[in-house]
Ligand binder design. Structure first.
Ligand code: FE
Length: 335
């Protein structure tokens, strides 16, 4: 009964716009299982309660826009810089000035306008069949357009933001014309129609339907944890110095303070803590991602995949060039 009353009081208080100094409200597209242990740790440390709502990013964005200045949310947390960029573009975030955040998160992993900050890094890289491909045959994302890969490439659907972000950053490095010829080359090399998710694409590689694919490493980690015998390995492309597209394509999960936050200082403090060494490993390790803070080592299982150079292109470019990437993939016949 007391609990019910407390919940009702919370609902009334947020509806009436009353501010509670000792809490912060987060809208999260990351699921409860990933974020709750973090927020519990924050509450133990600071005494500040973290209330959260989880849903998919489109629903949360629509909700923030509909609620306007009545929103109870102080923080929006989501995956992919494309989604964070869109939230900033739609006016639901505000800049956060924080020396701690700037020191903890490298410049290419946060919004140049300070409206959002990457908190974990996902690398989108090549996975190959170890029985059919030698690592020395692999080099770059661009090389997968070469006719030597004809009938040997599998890709995830272009409908998912992950490959849209990769193509957007290729546009940033090469311009549209060259990027379109690369994407056309990929399409010409496909062994099968694009797959609905990264895991299915890797399963096709393992089964010998194709030899190489592009995936986020945490999907590789999850699959190999279940089936360690699969003949799959990671290759880090674009590592040679001096390439126009230099380094592995990375993206982030991240967060920003909402435009109408009632507790912007509490929101900022939560983000600063999430970027700190104490929270970074907890945050990244839960999903087999890399900490965004370079002072924090990756989990041993993740570090075992080897070191690599990240693309220095600001992840915000994935958002800015996303619509051009989508149109380009459509023109190139990438479904
Ligand atoms: Fe994912």
């Amino acid at each position: 009964m007391r609990k019910l009353f407390a919940l009702a009081a919370f609902a009334l208080a947020t509806a009436a716009g009353l501010s509670h100094a000792n809490e912060v409200v987060v809208y999260s597209a990351r699921n409860e299982q990933l974020i709750k242990p973090l927020f519990d740790a924050y509450t133990r440390k600071t005494g500040v309660a973290v209330k959260f709502v989880t849903d998919n990013e489109a629903a949360l964005l629509a909700r923030l826009k509909a609620e306007g200045d009545k929103t109870p949310a102080d923080v929006l947390m989501t995956v992919d810089a494309g989604n964070l960029w869109l939230a900033a573009q739609d006016g639901v975030l505000q800049p956060t000035q924080s020396a701690a955040l700037k020191a903890a998160i490298p410049a290419h992993l946060r919004d140049p306008g300070d409206q959002w900050f990457g908190l974990s890094v996902r690398a989108r890289t090549i996975v190959y069949n170890t029985r059919r491909v030698k690592p020395q045959d692999l080099s770059t994302y661009e090389d997968l357009a070469d006719p030597k890969w004809k009938g040997r490439l599998c890709l995830r659907s272009s409908k998912k933001v992950y490959n849209q972000s990769l193509v957007a950053t290729l546009i940033k490095a090469h311009g549209e014309e060259k990027t379109e010829s690369i994407v056309r080359g990929w399409v010409a090399n496909l062994a099968a129609p694009p797959f609905s998710d990264d895991t299915k694409a890797m399963e096709a590689v393992a089964a010998g339907q194709c030899d190489v694919t592009l995936v986020n490493t945490y999907y590789f980690g999850r699959l190999m944890a279940k089936q360690a015998e699969l003949p799959l390995a990671i290759f880090w492309p674009n590592q040679a110095p001096g390439l126009a597209y230099e380094g592995v394509h990375v993206n982030v999960s991240g967060a920003g303070v909402t435009r109408h936050a009632r507790r912007p200082d509490e929101a900022r403090k939560l983000l600063e803590w999430l970027a700190s060494p104490e929270a970074q490993s907890l945050y990244a390790d839960q999903n087999l991602e890399y900490p965004a803070n370079p002072a924090v080592p990756a989990a041993p299982a993740v570090a075992a995949w080897g070191r690599f150079k990240q693309s220095p292109i600001n992840v915000a470019e994935a958002g800015r060039l996303q619509s051009r990437a989508v149109m380009l993939m459509d023109r190139a016949g990438y479904k």
